[in-house]
Design a protein around this ligand. Structure first.
Ligand SMILES: [Zn+2]
Length: 453
């Protein structure tokens, strides 16, 4: 059983999939007009970790995340650069997947593109017009929120409360400021598509409805995304499905913001740092470790200090992996420590409590090292197997072996020969030479191993 905070009920609840043994997830993907920032990195990692854990729990997970390749921001960039919107979208989609690969994020089972779902969007909009949920104006087609019962569920506010807190947006032809565009009419020489409502472009909120229902079916298990998408985007998705008489997501999950120096991560604040910048400066696994160290619903701080601290923790993990990976692979009689595994699973099952789960993984590492030092080999292997399994579930790749250049290996062999000849001064010289080349040589049994200096 897994429990998660469900935004629509504002409480932690048991997540029961519609079909036993299966788990369907839709997560809103990027609008491909720029390089991904830290906020993108957080949401892909949060759902990657959830997905890995569900798979470990035996669920057959189907994970869909879209690519928004129709958007005014794409058009703006294309106009500025004098290229086509498709060229902009293709370029940044490529960057998106490359960055996800560097983060070790599993690719979605499918990544639908808005441009491939226009016919379905038009069909939904027609249905909403016919049922009276949407209306046409000289500017396009709008969804009428006043007529939709329950609008505001995900915002946890009804329309009157929303109105009280809203900035008054002046759009002459809309009946209510919260009505949102399903189809925007544009001039015939602009980027657009023909439709029964005229030449134009679909609104952003419609694509996710048709792609989620089209690929996962009605009443799919979980819809996720960043907290910034909760309202209005997700509420507007949900209300279109409801108004067209279809059951949408059974559960809603939202992850918190990324703060850089106490400010919410956003371009408008001018603290925009691309994920690639971060991945260039630090071990690419350090961002996953930072994400794991924060609860997914809390704001998350990213600073050079905590990134460096994450790198030190990774060093500890790698040192553990070098000591135990081979040993665990060779040992078929001892299993992972059951207590360590069940503590870990319990933490992950209770609203994906990764900070606690991660601390258990480190406890297992400490247990393995301590037991080994005391000569309790079986106990050490049991803890080590638990820790390695937990790190794998969290998607943290361990580096149990490092590629060492041949000249460094040659120096290490000379050092062993010098030690055998009891010429310790010479052996120390070799150690220093190896260090100067960026490696620390470690004695391991009758041979030697390395770690990066
Ligand atoms: Zn969406």
């Amino acid at each position: 059983m897994i429990r998660l905070f469900d935004t629509q009920f504002s409480e932690i609840r048991e997540i029961e999939p519609k079909e036993a043994g299966k788990f369907s997830i839709y997560v809103c993907g990027p609008t491909v007009y720029d390089r991904p920032h830290l906020g993108h990195g957080r949401f892909v990692l949060v759902y990657d970790i959830l997905r890995r854990f569900l798979a470990y729990q035996g669920f057959d997970v189907r994970f869909i995340s879209n690519i928004t390749d129709i958007d005014d921001k794409i058009l703006d960039r294309a106009s500025k650069e004098g290229i086509s919107p498709k060229e902009v979208a293709d370029t940044y989609e490529q960057v998106w997947w490359e960055t996800l690969d560097r983060l070790g994020v599993m690719r979605p089972d499918e990544a639908p593109h808005a441009t491939d779902w226009l016919a379905e969007m038009v069909e939904l909009i027609e249905l909403l017009i016919e049922s009276g949920a949407a209306y046409s104006t000289p500017e396009g087609v709008y969804f009428e929120v006043e007529k939709a019962p329950g609008y505001g569920l995900l915002a946890r506010q009804d329309l009157s409360e929303l109105r009280a807190g809203a900035r008054v947006e002046v759009v002459q032809t809309k009946r209510s400021p919260f009505d949102f565009a399903l189809w925007k009419l544009v001039e015939s020489d602009e980027w657009g598509w023909q439709s029964p409502f005229g030449y134009g472009r679909p609104g952003w909120h419609t694509e996710c409805v048709v792609m989620a229902l089209g690929l996962l079916g009605e009443g799919f298990d979980l819809h996720g995304g960043g907290l910034d998408l909760c309202f209005p985007h997700h509420e507007n998705e949900r209300i279109q499905a409801v108004a067209s008489g279809r059951e949408f997501a059974r559960h809603w999950m939202h992850n918190g913001f990324v703060m850089v120096g106490d400010e919410k991560m956003s371009k408008s604040l001018g603290n925009f740092e691309t994920l690639e910048n971060l991945l260039e400066r630090f071990d690419s696994r350090s961002y996953r470790l930072l994400v794991l160290r924060s609860h997914y619903r809390s704001p998350m701080d990213v600073t050079p200090e905590n990134s460096e601290d994450a790198e030190r923790a990774l060093e500890r993990i790698d040192a553990f992996a070098r000591r135990f990976t081979d040993l665990c692979e060779r040992n078929h009689t001892v299993g992972a420590d059951e207590g360590a595994m069940s503590r870990f699973v319990a933490a992950m099952s209770e609203d994906l409590n990764t900070p606690v789960a991660l601390s258990y993984a480190f406890e297992a590492i400490t247990g393995a090292n301590g037991s080994m030092d005391r000569g309790q080999r079986d106990k050490a292997v049991a803890y080590a197997k638990a820790a390695l399994a937990q790190l794998e579930i969290l998607g943290l790749v361990v580096e149990s072996k490092i590629d060492v250049p041949a000249d460094v290996v040659a120096l290490a062999e000379l050092r062993v020969a010098a030690r055998r000849a009891k010429d310790y001064a010479l052996a120390d010289n070799y150690r220093q030479e190896i260090l100067d080349l960026g490696y620390v040589v470690e004695d391991a049994g009758s041979g030697f191993g390395f770690r990066r200096a």
